[in-house]
Design a protein around this ligand. Structure first.
Ligand code: GLU
Length: 287
C-alpha cells in the first residue's frame, strides 16, 4: 500500500449471521478499495457483550472468506479496546461535555409521555428530555459512589458550544463529491457510553475510524443520520473526518430492508443451497 492510499473498512457487528445486504456492503468496500488503489480493512464491532458471540465472529470471517474477500491483519476487535474507549469517554466527561444518566428506558418513556413530547431522534427513539443533565453534583457523586447503573450522555448544547454549530462532511459516489451539512442536534443528548461498557457504537466507530486511518467510510443508508453525530464527535476529539458514502439498502421481495432480525436468508443458507460466490457477486452487480 502506498502512503496516503485510500483506506476503507467493513465493520460488521457479530450479533447474527451475515446476509446478502452485508455481502453487498463488504463487496462494495473491497471493490472501491481495489479501484482506488487502496485497502479495505475488516473491523469486528463486538462491543455488545450479550449479543456478540465468538461463534458468530468465526462465521462472519468464514462467510467473507467464502465470498473471496481477504482483509489485512490485524483485524480489530472492538471488545479488546475498552480501555481506549474509556479514555475518550473520560476526556469528554472531564471537559464537561458528557453527564451520567440514571434513567431507565421505561422512565424516559414515561417522562416523554407526560410531557406530551413526541420529538424523536433519527432512529425513532424519543429525544432524551434532559432529566439527569441538571442533577445536583453532590447527588450525582452519591449515585456514582453507590454504583447506580448509568449511561453517559453527550451534553449536546455544550458540545455545540465547544465545537461550533456548523458541521458537515464530503459525500462521494460515482458521480463525484458533494458537501453535506450535518445536523447533530437532532440526536439530542445521545448516549456515548452504555451501562455495561464504556462506549457506544458512535464513540467507538469514530475513535476507530481515526485510529485505523480510514479515509472513506462506505456503509448503508440506515447509518446516514448517524454520520451527523459522528462529525460532531470528530470535531470535539480533534479527529479527521473521512469521506462518506451511504449506499442503498437491499430489500426483500416484500420491499422490506434485509435484516437479521427479520430472518433474512443468511449467506450460509445460500451457500448450503448450492449458490456459488460468483453467483452472489453477479446478483449484487460485482461480476
Ligand atoms: N457495526 C455496524 C453494523 O453492523 C456498522 C458500522 C459502520 O459501518 O459504521 O451495522
Amino acid at each position: 500500500m502506498n502512503a496516503g492510499a485510500p483506506v476503507l473498512r467493513f465493520a460488521p457487528s457479530p450479533n447474527g449471521r451475515l446476509h446478502l445486504g452485508h455481502a453487498y456492503s463488504a463487496l462494495l468496500n473491497a471493490d472501491l478499495a481495489a479501484r482506488m488503489g487502496g485497502t479495505c480493512r475488516l473491523r469486528i464491532e463486538d462491543i455488545d457483550p450479550q449479543r456478540s458471540k465468538p461463534a458468530l465472529i468465526a462465521a462472519i470471517v468464514a462467510d467473507l472468506g467464502w465470498l473471496g474477500l481477504r482483509f489485512p491483519e490485524p483485524v480489530r476487535h472492538q471488545s479488546q479496546h475498552m480501555a481506549a474507549y474509556r479514555a475518550v469517554r473520560d476526556d469528554l466527561i472531564a471537559r464537561g461535555l458528557a453527564y451520567p444518566c440514571f434513567c431507565s428506558r421505561a422512565q424516559i418513556r414515561a417522562r416523554v409521555d407526560t410531557d406530551g413530547e413526541t420529538a424523536c431522534d433519527p432512529d425513532g427513539v424519543p429525544l432524551y428530555p434532559g432529566t439527569c443533565r441538571s442533577l445536583d453534583p453532590a447527588h450525582i457523586a452519591e449515585k456514582l459512589a453507590r454504583g447506580e447503573p448509568h449511561t453517559w450522555r453527550l451534553d449536546m448544547a455544550a458540545a455545540l458550544r465547544c465545537a461550533g454549530r456548523s458541521h458537515g462532511y464530503v459525500a462521494f459516489d460515482e458521480t463525484g463529491e458533494r458537501r453535506v451539512n450535518a445536523d447533530p442536534a437532532r440526536w439530542g443528548d445521545a448516549v456515548i457510553a452504555r451501562r455495561d461498557v464504556p462506549t457506544s457504537y458512535h464513540l467507538a466507530v469514530v475513535h476507530d475510524d481515526a485510529g485505523e486511518g480510514i479515509t472513506y467510510v462506505v456503509r448503508g443508508r440506515d447509518l446516514e443520520a448517524a454520520t451527523d453525530l459522528h462529525v460532531l464527535l470528530q470535531a470535539l476529539l480533534g479527529l479527521p473526518t473521512p469521506l462518506y458514502r451511504h449506499h442503498p439498502l437491499l430489500r426483500d421481495a416484500a420491499g422490506e430492508k434485509l435484516a437479521k432480525s427479520r430472518g433474512s436468508q443468511a449467506l450460509a443458507d445460500l451457500r448450503e443451497a448450492g449458490i456459488t460466490p460468483a453467483e452472489i457477486r453477479a446478483q449484487l452487480g460485482f461480476a
